[in-house]
Write a protein of this length. Structure first.
Length: 273
């Protein structure tokens, strides 16, 4: 593989209310992705716990830098020699009845190199469904990017989580990146209509890759998530997709492709506002 290419993977899960069950599944899937050549892998939102009730995640919260979830994630990254974007885990918030829904990034030695607390909190209601993340989650306020160097080549990634996808101003605020990483647990209802078109829009307007990792199936708590973890290129083409079920998708980030798209249609240089 050229030094201007990077093999990455997106893990899809159907997480349960049992913490260790989910950590074991994540370990197994990341190991499979690493053996397939991935140098970076992404877990989905709520990968470690899809509780029977919304408050379950409050009971599982950890302090930053301490706790079994973070310890096992660091170990998974180190053992597999892979950069690991940890989906989201519940961290302590100022309000003791809430958590921060946080993405942590670990390097291939198991060291934490980045943190992002979900900024936009999902709210949605129909006659049969109701979601109000603000009841159990405290919103973050700081956008986040991270860079890694592999084979003397630097790769820059933007972080966002699920509902953030609907707010394009967040992505523009992060500046130019090679790839936006988006762990999610989109509902089936909203996902079937909006998921792919929003992901492709973020790729097209920011002229970068988008790697989305999703929950994908019917959970024990009867919540149904949309799945369709995918990798999208800077022109908006879907390179890989997993409609539903547990597994992973993988693909190649190419600096050549990024440069091609940005040179033939230099929209990022044409911005006025």
């Amino acid at each position: 593989m050229k030094s201007t290419e990077l093999n990455i993977a997106s893990i899809q899960m159907i997480s349960t209310p049992v913490l260790q069950e989910n950590l074991d599944a994540a370990n197994r899937l990341v190991e499979q992705a690493a053996k397939a050549g991935a140098k970076l892998a992404v877990l989905p939102e709520y990968f470690c716990l899809m509780g029977l009730k919304d408050t379950d995640k409050v009971q599982a919260r950890e302090q930053l830098g301490s706790g079994p979830i973070q310890e096992q994630l660091a170990n998974i990254a180190k053992i597999n020699g892979i950069y690991l974007v940890s989906g989201t885990i519940p961290l302590e918030a100022k309000n003791s009845n809430k958590v921060l829904n946080t993405t942590l990034v670990f390097d291939n030695e198991g060291e934490r190199i980045c943190r992002y607390d979900k900024i936009h909190l999902f709210g949605f209601q129909t006659r049969s469904e109701r979601y109000e993340e603000s009841e159990t989650i405290e919103a973050g306020n700081t956008p986040s990017v991270f860079s890694i160097a592999i084979n003397n080549q630097e790769w820059r990634f933007g972080l966002s989580i699920c509902y953030d996808l609907r707010f394009p101003e967040l992505y523009r605020s992060l500046g130019e990146v090679d790839c936006h990483i988006i762990p999610a647990a989109f509902t089936y209802t909203t996902g079937k209509d909006h998921w792919e078109i929003l992901l492709r829009a973020r790729a097209i307007e920011n002229q970068c890759y988008v790697l989305a990792s999703a929950q994908g199936g019917i959970h024990i708590n009867q919540r149904r998530t949309w799945g369709n973890s995918m990798l999208i290129d800077p022109w908006g083409a879907v390179l890989a997709n997993l409609p539903e079920g547990e597994g992973f998708v993988s693909g190649i980030l190419s600096k050549d492709k990024l440069n091609e798209v940005r040179s033939k249609l230099p929209a990022l240089k044409h911005r006025k506002l």
